[in-house]
Design a protein around this ligand. Structure first.
Ligand code: NAD
Length: 239
C-alpha cells in the first residue's frame, strides 16, 4: 500500500493512461479524484470522478475548494490530461496551436498553481507532469504537441527548484511515455506505428499499466530523493 492515506488528483482520468493511473493508485490505498472534461464513470473503490476542463480556471478553483473541503488535503497531483492536433508546420492553424497549448501546457499551469501552495503549506507533496518521448526528441507533424510536452518537463524542473527554495518537501517530476496502447494511438496508422515497434528495443508499444507503475513510483515515497527528473518509459525506443 504505497499510497495509503494519500489523496491524489489525476487529470484526464476518464480513460487511457489517466484511468489506469487512477485505478493503480486506488489499489495502493489512495483516495483518487479523477478529473476530466468528459464525465469519468468509475465503479472502482477509492476513485471519485469529477467533471472539469483544465482550461477553465474558475472551474478548477471550485474543484480544488471542493476537494479540500471534502478530503482535507491533496498529497499527489498527476497532470495527465493531454490532446493532439497534428499537422506539418505549414498546415498547422493557429487554432490547432492554441488548443494544444491551452490544454497541455496552460492546463498544467492552471491546476498546479492552485494545488502547489496547499502542498507547500502542508510541507509535503508529489507532482508528476505527463510528458512524452515527443517532448524529448520532437516529431514530424507535432510542432504544437512537442512544444507542450517539452514545456511540461521544463515546468517540472522549475517547480522542483521553486518549491524546494521554500523548504517544502514537495517533489516535482515528469514522466515521458513512449508509444502506449490507448485511444490516442488509435488515430495513428500502422504504417507509422510499425517502424516505431521496430525501433523500440522491446519490440512493441507500451501498455497503460506500465506508465501507471512508473508514475506510482514517482508519486510515492519510494522516490523520496527524486525531484526535477524526467523519467523516460519507452521500451528503449531511443537507444
Ligand atoms: P487519451 O486521449 O486516451 O485520454 C486523455 C484524457 O484527457 C481523456 O479522457 C480526455 O477527455 C481528457 N482531456 C482532454 N482534454 C482535457 C481537458 N481540457 N480537461 C480535462 N480533461 C481533458 O490519452 P492517453 O493516451 O491516455 O494520454 C494521456 C497523457 O499521456 C496525455 O498527456 C498524452 O499526451 C500522454 N502521452 C500519451 C502517449 C500515448 O502513446 N498514448 C504517449 C506519450 C504521452
Amino acid at each position: 500500500m504505497r499510497l495509503s492515506g494519500k489523496t491524489a488528483i489525476v487529470t484526464g482520468g476518464a480513460q487511457g493512461i489517466g484511468r489506469v493511473i487512477a485505478e493503480t493508485f486506488a489499489g495502493e490505498g489512495a483516495t483518487v479524484i479523477a478529473v476530466d472534461m468528459t464525465k469519468p464513470d468509475y465503479t472502482c473503490e477509492g476513485v471519485f470522478g469529477y467533471t472539469c476542463n483544465v482550461t477553465d480556471r474558475d472551474g478548477l478553483k471550485a474543484f480544488v475548494a471542493d476537494i479540500v473541503g471534502t478530503f482535507g488535503k491533496i498529497d499527489v497531483l498527476i497532470n495527465n490530461a493531454g490532446i493532439t492536433r497534428d499537422g506539418l508546420l505549414q498546415n498547422m492553424t493557429e487554432e490547432m496551436w492554441d488548443l494544444v497549448c491551452d490544454v497541455n501546457l496552460k492546463g498544467v499551469f492552471n491546476l498546479t498553481q492552485l494545488v502547489a501552495p496547499l502542498m507547500i503549506d502542508q510541507g509535503t507533496g508529489s507532482i508528476v507532469n505527463i510528458s512524452s518521448v515527443v517532448g524529448e526528441y520532437g516529431n514530424v507533424g507535432q510542432t504544437n504537441y512537442a512544444a507542450t510536452k517539452a514545456g511540461v518537463i521544463a515546468m517540472a524542473k522549475s517547480w522542483a527548484k521553486e518549491f524546494a527554495r521554500k523548504g517544502a518537501n514537495v517533489r516535482v517530476n515528469s514522466l515521458a511515455p513512449g508509444y502506449i496502447n490507448t485511444e490516442m494511438m488509435k488515430t495513428v496508422p500502422d504504417k507509422v506505428l510499425d517502424p516505431i515497434r521496430q525501433k523500440t528495443m522491446l519490440g512493441r508499444l507500451g501498455e497503460p499499466e506500465e506508465i501507471a507503475n512508473a508514475c506510482l513510483f514517482l508519486a510515492s515515497d519510494e522516490a523520496s530523493f527524486i525531484t526535477g527528473h524526467c523519467l523516460s518509459v519507452n521500451g528503449g525506443l531511443r537507444l
